[in-house]
Design a binder for this molecule. Sequence first.
Ligand SMILES: Cc1cc2nc3c(=O)[nH]c(=O)nc-3n(C[C@H](O)[C@H](O)[C@H](O)COP(=O)(O)OP(=O)(O)OC[C@H]3O[C@@H](n4cnc5c(N)ncnc54)[C@H](O)[C@@H]3O)c2cc1C
Length: 568
Amino acid sequence: MAPLVLRLLGLVPILLGLAASQDWKTEGSQDPFEKCMHDPDYEQLLKVVTLGLDRTLKPRRVIVVGAGVAGLVAAKVLSDAGHKVTILEADNRIGGRIFTYRDRNTGWIGELGAMRMPSSHRILHRLCQGLGLNLTKFTQYDENTWTEVHEVKLRNYMVEKLPEKLGYALRPQEKGHSPEDIYQMALNQALKDLKALGCRKAMKKFERHTLLEYLLGEGNLSRPAVQLLGDVMSEDGFFYLSFAEALRAHSCLSDRLQYSRIVGGWDLLPRALLSSLSEPVLLNAPVVAITQGPHDVHVQIKTFPRARNLKALKADVVLLTASGPAVQRITFSPPLPRHVQEALRGLHYVPATKVFLSFRRPFWREEDIEGGHSNTDRPSRMIFYPPPREGALLLASYTWSDAAATFAGLSQEEALRLALDDVAALHGPFVRQLWDGTGVVKRWAEDPHSQGGFVVQPPALWHTEKDYEPYDWSVPYGRIYFAGEHTAYPHGWVETAVKSALRAAIKINSREEPAFETASPEGQRQRQGPAHGVAGSPSSDLAEEEGSHPPVQGQLPLQHTTYTRTWH
Ligand SMILES: Cc1cc2nc3c(=O)[nH]c(=O)nc-3n(C[C@H](O)[C@H](O)[C@H](O)COP(=O)(O)OP(=O)(O)OC[C@H]3O[C@@H](n4cnc5c(N)ncnc54)[C@H](O)[C@@H]3O)c2cc1C
């Protein structure tokens, strides 16, 4: 009898833990965090992506800087509404951080940038549907994949049930719970904050803490449990970044969520957007200077190969969708107001690196793996498997934030071999013979146009909880509007870039002319210091040449690239 009682008593902490892990989803069906992060204008944006903007009676000349998804979506809805749009793109391709690698020999594809869309991203789903793109399931989780840490290797179905078997000295109440449930247990205090303070105040509070601080402090997790979340869920990328950002990211990124992908490759999205445009996109056209005047705005581009040969285009408004570092390289006249410059400099980009290896056969199928990802504490960290019947080009390593440092500065050969070592450590040395000697490395931090993977902000320590307000990028500076992944929440997602583009397009479409909008509304100016006035005419030495680049229009041929090439 006594041993049975003891055994039952032993179950109590586990049951309590289980109850705690369920607390977060007790009220209503929607995750309260998700509810808190919901965009008030989401339905309006969904309507615009479905039906378009009202047709304008005052067509404007709009220059869009950047042919990433934000630039292309804004260009599409504005040109459908009757505006004259020109897109200027610094790179020799469209798509920006949507970049599908296509192998010429095998026909296999690998997503160097975006690869999955959560089911909650209805705007993006609607956009793809409207463009006639087919979506299919992206397998985020396959229980037969592996986790290997501290040289202990377990199938992930086992990690879900007994993560302590990986050698983490978990507390009794943490044992027997999946990493996701342990994370959710820690969020109970945050949930209480949400209820007590309301979304706005609670998020301001979370904005000032790191994830690590929260998990160990208010989240009350043991150090081994936090280590587990870092190793297995890649939460360590957020440890020193803002807890609010980690919450936002987690609302879109979890093995529990459902995801889709674009059949045939994500680059079909920018290409479909391009096909739907009646206006040109100028490639190899980096914008280097923007001059605003009372009646128009002049945009200078640097032409190649004669680097000094600057051309200028004239427009009524400019929409900047380039990343923060790229915008900082543009010369503005008059200069951007101090608060805009500070906001740009304050954007924190984390690096992101992907390494693909091409194998002679998809050996992982012999282990009953049909997708999802394995985790390792070796440098490669996450290995994603392609879907069945879609080849043997393996995403052998996906690292971001601090974890990407292990691949920084390596030669292509070294990076490929490092990833191969890790795949061999996980699946066995036989994979070395199956590697066909080719692969692709993409380091977004070294991309000359993005100069970073995506934005994840550190804690907002410059501000107190009371005076902290996230910068409002939807406010234009005179004739200059802003959009892109960095200008909306949650950072680092395609849908975010699309939402920001739709917001900017709505504003441009309803812009009153000839009134020259002030640099910022009262609220923002008061919070962030006085704005510079916008005055003066464009410098008279600008060459007024339009369309000096061959326009790229309609359907592009699929981009083929050398298989073993490295993209920095
Ligand atoms: C490795 C990685 C994985 C990702 N995975 C996903 C995912 O699975 N799902 C998801 O939804 N999102 C994902 N993302 C995020 C997503 O790719 C981005 O949020 C989105 O593509 C950003 O679009 P954008 O238009 O804001 O910026 P970009 O795509 O960066 O477009 C900006 C464009 O501006 C151009 N440009 C820069 N400077 C100039 C200049 N001076 N003049 C003219 N043009 C200029 C650039 O060349 C670029 O084409 C991922 C990102 C990375 C890096």
